[in-house]
Design a binder for this molecule. Sequence first.
Ligand SMILES: C[S@@+](CC[C@H](N)C(=O)[O-])C[C@H]1O[C@@H](n2cnc3c(N)ncnc32)[C@H](O)[C@@H]1O
Length: 370
Amino acid sequence: MQKQKNDCFVVTAPGFESICAGELAALGIQPANIIRGGVEFEGGLQELYLANLWLRSASRILVRVGGVAARDFPILFQRLSRLPWGRFVKPGVAYEIRVASRGSRLTHTSRIADVCAAAMTKVLGEKKQGEKGSVQKIYLRMNDNYCQVSIDSSGEHLHRRGYRQARVAAPLRETLAAGCLLACEYDGSSPLLDMMTGSGTFSIEAALIALHRAPGTGRDFAFMNWPKYRPGLWRQLLIEAQREEKSTLPAPIIAVDNNPRAIAAVQLNLKKIGLDGSIQLSCGNMQQLQPQFSSGLMICNPPYGERIGKNASLKSLYHDLDRIYGKTFADWQGAIVCPESELIKSTSTSFSPLLRFSNGGIKVALLKKS
Ligand SMILES: C[S@@+](CC[C@H](N)C(=O)[O-])C[C@H]1O[C@@H](n2cnc3c(N)ncnc32)[C@H](O)[C@@H]1O
């Protein structure tokens, strides 16, 4: 019997598309197209489950249910009723329809959603009123009188790995931190230092990469509620993932912050994923750091002045960063996530952008020491 293939779309934060395509390829899944905001691939359930389980930089994974051309509502209803809803949505399941429309005659997005709901009710029967969080998301994108229908296979956003118990000011999203580490070609084989660790996102994501732990191991996914869910296949993929996992870090990960609350938050987060004690964690000023190893990767996400650190002397902080990157840790690779502002441009260490993205609405870059 031929396996049913799905057209899938991995949604990423803009800027991370190529990193995510590289991750897919490493899983043995051929990326079909890289477009702004994501990567397309074709695959069966195995590839879909693998991508959800393993992708570190992805936000969510959608499956195309189908596409219909429509210039009026009756045609839209008729054609949407013919889509294979029964492959993805169990009768009675609660769902939420999100619509975007551009360059089309049908512009009224809430009416398009109502028509889609009516088509689904015709096929599946009445839906339940779902609990928040357990609702199946369906996306309709109307473009040039063509309605592309996709269904979300991930459920909660993929940055929700399940370990974030505590946080301090302005944490990076887990998917962004992992994407930055992958862009720096971090594979865990050499030491890593995050000297402004905050809630520990770089350090924890680095530990997951170094241990080869699948980021989706401890959570649920929307596809688990689909009629064709194959729990045996999922269990098998989890067993294989556990088999590949290393028990100890191949090289040290060092996390430092001068805020004791940050250190306590990292400890709590590490405990949640059973990694307490695995990272060298200390409370102190980065200005006092000296290299314990001859080489490695240092990465950090300093205050920018836009969200936190307004009153701090940012100029002197970036001056110290310059000295640490350029002199104290001269033999280390260095990367920094911050806006490309005068603060970083005026340093004597030369940095060049590897990625540009938005962090909580602020335009930043992953800058690599040349
Ligand atoms: C933007 S936050 C880092 C967020 C972190 N990347 C995360 O994902 O949670 C900056 C951190 O730098 C720390 N920090 C500021 N000045 C410092 C210094 N001189 N030495 C060490 N840490 C410092 C702050 O306490 C704060 O936790």
